[in-house]
Design a protein around this ligand. Structure first.
Ligand code: PRT
Ligand code: ZN
Length: 297
């Protein structure tokens, strides 16, 4: 008997994207059971198999059809896939996932008299992202020497290996600790879900739609809040305009308090203290803001 089809997803085995990728699956209600040597895992309650690999291999695995989907940083996707290569081998981004945010940036020694991107002309730049850097230099008509280094790029200027670096930055503290100053952004990146260009069998396509619906629900829920308060009936319009991304509120009369109502709604964005102060000033009281676990539109 043939096995029913299953979706195959590649994600990072261990690194910065591993925990958030697992969390996304978990919040999507997908339970994973580890396979042999922890190189794979199978969902016990959804037709999904997971390959756990180094992030650098994910775009190629997806392009070659070794798996249907992958979770990887845009930086790795752009660096690994040849823009001049056959279109048929380019994985497509199907969702931005909102974690693993960083930027690929150029940085120079703090003491450098940096006056613009022309500063890099004729200089040596250390990076693990030669393709992205070369594209950026070409676009800016700067001719420089790209020194490819596989790790600890930020140490290259001190070692005399390069004059500047092009590296991933999140908080910037690694650059600062190495006496470097960020001067240009080459690209911004976050984790994305990618899909190969091969058509999926009809049954697997249905599972992919369900998976995307769940991912969308998880991401929307993470952004949204449920907000409840009591308010003067005549302030309902003002209050609705104060809460960012608020959907049509439910208004319920308050027993024994004429002129005041209870107002419940989903707010499409986080509700910050500044908004709470404004709501109070508009006459609201007993304001509750609650996390949402799941949303399906
Ligand atoms: O073993 P494998 O090849 O799978 O993993 P890896 O070592 O290549 O990648 P990993 O786990 O370090 O990063 C995976 C992905 O996380 C990257 O490809 C990015 O998409 C994303 N990401 C997000 C980051 C960072 N933030 C980040 N800060 N990747 C690396 N960094 C580095 C940065 O270069 C610096 O050296 O972390 C250091 C700390 O950053 P600061 O700016 O906060 O000091
Ligand atoms: Zn890697």
């Amino acid at each position: 008997m043939t096995q029913p089809p299953r979706l195959r997803l590649a994600m990072q085995k261990s690194g910065r994207l591993s925990d958030p990728s697992r969390r996304l699956l978990e919040r999507s209600g997908i339970e994973l059971q580890s396979g042999g040597q922890r190189l794979s895992a199978s969902a016990t309650n959804f037709p999904l198999d997971v390959m756990l690999v180094r992030d650098d291999d994910i775009p190629r695995f997806v392009a070659q059809g070794v798996c249907d989907l992958g979770i990887v940083g845009q930086n790795v996707l752009l660096e690994t896939i040849d823009p001049a290569g056959p279109a048929a081998q380019k994985p497509q981004v199907v969702r931005k996932l909102g974690f693993g945010n960083c930027r690929l940036a150029l940085a120079v020694p703090v003491a450098a008299a940096y006056e613009g991107v022309g500063w890099f002309r004729g200089r040596r730049i250390a990076t693990s992202y030669p393709r992205c850097l070369e594209q950026y230099l070409a676009k800016n008509e700067v001719s420089a020497t790209v020194v490819e280094i596989s790790g600890a790029v930020e140490g290259a200027p001190v070692l005399g290996v390069a004059d500047a670096v092009c590296d991933l930055v999140a908080t910037g503290s690694t650059l600062r600790a190495n006496g470097l100053r960020e001067v240009e952004t080459v690209l911004t990146s976050e984790a994305v879900l990618i899909q190969g260009d091969r058509a999926l069998p009809a049954a697997t396509q249905v599972y992919l739609q369900q998976l995307l619906e769940r991912f969308d629900g998880v991401m929307k829920a993470a952004r949204s809040k449920y907000i409840m308060m009591n308010a003067p009936a005549e302030a309902v319009d003002l209050i609705t305009s104060l809460v960012p991304g608020m959907e049509e509120p439910t208004i319920v009369p308050l027993h024994g308090k004429s002129g005041r109502v209870a107002l419940h709604a989903v707010a499409g964005e986080n509700v910050f203290w500044e908004t709470m102060h404004k709501l109070k000033a508009a006459g609201a009281s007993s304001i509750l803001v609650v996390d949402i676990e799941k949303i399906i539109a």
